[in-house]
Write a protein that binds this ligand. Structure first.
Ligand SMILES: [Zn+2]
Length: 178
């Protein structure tokens, strides 16, 4: 059931599908159509930052800010060669970043929830979206396993000029060819 929802959302154009949240597992939706390459990465905040709550101190705030800056460089996570030029970038830090505040005006009320029992709704995913124009592309290396110690797997769903692909990458197998 869940798989169906994800793939339908994916086909409808990289809308925000919520895959099963699993620590250590990130999801990459890749759509390549001739010179256009779109990458949408969904990574559990726990795997990227080591925590899944609003920054509790200045050190964690700094961690979030640093990650946000690093993610703006696609080369932080992907090795796609020099033939691609980034044309669009979006990031959703799930309310972790102070830059997200415009969407979170009512979050002050959340402070009363701190003693609530933990449930699935307390998990946080970071969404990053890159859009490239590429002269030619049929290979991509994911560098996230080197960057994020907490990450063990990347589930890839790809639609490319060579068809549809689904695969799982890990630290010993971090390159996609299509
Ligand atoms: Zn989580």
């Amino acid at each position: 059931m869940r798989t169906t929802i994800v793939s339908l959302a994916f086909i409808s154009g990289l809308s925000v599908a919520q895959p099963a949240h699993q620590h250590g597992l990130a999801v990459l939706n890749l759509v390549q159509d001739q010179q256009s390459l779109a990458l949408e990465l969904i990574i559990p905040a726990d795997s990227a930052l080591g925590f899944e709550h609003k920054p509790a101190n200045s050190q964690q705030e700094q961690q979030v800010e640093q990650l946000e800056t690093e993610l703006q460089q696609a080369s932080f996570l992907f090795d796609i060669g020099s033939q691609c030029v980034l044309s669009e970038f979006d990031i959703d830090m799930a309310g972790l970043s102070s830059h997200d505040d415009e969407h979170d005006e009512h979050d002050e009320h959340d402070e009363h929830d701190e003693h609530d029992e933990h449930d699935d709704s307390e998990h946080m995913d970071i969404h990053v979206h890159y859009q490239f124009n590429c002269e030619a592309i049929s290979q991509l290396r994911f560098k996230g396993f080197e960057v994020f110690e907490g990450l063990q797997h990347l589930d890839v769903r790809a639609i490319t000029d060579s068809g549809q692909h689904q695969t799982r990458l890990d630290p010993s197998n971090d390159t996609l060819d299509w």
